[in-house]
Ligand binder design. Structure first.
Ligand code: IPE
Ligand code: IPE
Ligand code: MG
Length: 230
């Protein structure tokens, strides 16, 4: 198992690409392209802001319900992003992982993912995790199916089955004003601090991440205990 990058685990539900485009009378695809540019900026800024693991929700397993043309466009965007970005990420010390199912992805994308993961495997500054065809409930179900002996099952052991190597989420951010989890990192977010912002994802930048982290650092996490002063 690889050691995790030092720093916080931030989960990011990148929402609002479609509304961003619609507000400009552009096709939704333009919003997704602008969303990729935002992803690049935020991933680049993350390590200097104290983020060690950044998990970005790019495509949910329920997003297959969208029109085939939008789904195809998104899949091709992911392929281009991964192919174009792997070298840059590696140079910046980022390790890329894609979480979610791979068996339903278009031909070629799974190979592109594997190449990008291999090219960035040595990264220790940031673990950048992209969730594609991801469903937290499916991840929990698949983990349950791997349990061989219920008597030996511990919370930590099951956690490893669900999450692989990733730590619990410290801060979960969702853009675009929606305040729901949409089946993202349900197990890992048991004690995550939640941050909702009206900013649409293509407009979200390093300053917004820094602001969310500033607010996070002022919060007191109790994990069921009492306030520190009590
Ligand atoms: C998020 O933006 C990207 C994906 C879910 C793929 P949306 O496409 O959901 O944008 P809105 O919510 O329609 O504005
Ligand atoms: C959640 O956004 C998935 C991603 C951001 C990839 P959606 O836009 O699909 O979520 P709902 O349908 O509004 O809950
Ligand atoms: Mg949405």
């Amino acid at each position: 198992m690889q050691s995790e990058c030092a720093g916080l685990h931030v989960g990011l539900i990148m929402d609002g690409n479609g509304r961003w485009a619609e507000a400009r009378a552009l096709p939704r695809g333009h919003g997704h392209e602008a969303g990729i540019a935002a992803l690049r900026r935020v991933a680049e800024a993350a390590p200097d802001l104290g983020v060690g693991t950044l998990t970005l929700y790019a495509f949910s397993s329920d997003n297959w319900r969208r029109p085939p043309a939008e789904v195809a466009f998104l899949m091709s965007l992911f392929g281009h992003y991964l192919a174009a970005e792997a070298e840059r990420l590696a140079a910046r010390g980022a390790r890329l992982s894609v979480i979610g199912r791979r068996d339903r992805l278009p031909a070629g994308l799974a190979d592109t993912i594997a190449r990008a993961e291999a090219a960035t495997a040595a990264g220790r500054r940031l673990h950048l995790r992209l969730a594609v065809d991801y469903s937290a409930r499916d991840a929990i179900l698949r983990a349950a199916a791997r349990v061989t002996c219920l008597d030996d099952l511990t919370r930590d052991g099951f956690s490893r089955l669900v999450t692989g190597e990733a730590p619990d989420v410290d801060l979960l951010i969702r853009t675009s004003g929606e305040q729901r989890l949409s089946d993202f990192l349900l197990w890992e977010s048991a004690y995550a601090e939640l941050h909702f912002t009206d900013r649409l994802w293509p407009d979200f930048g390093p300053d917004d991440l820094a602001e969310a982290l500033r607010i996070f650092r002022r919060r007191e996490r109790r994990f069921g205990g009492l306030p520190a002063a009590a």
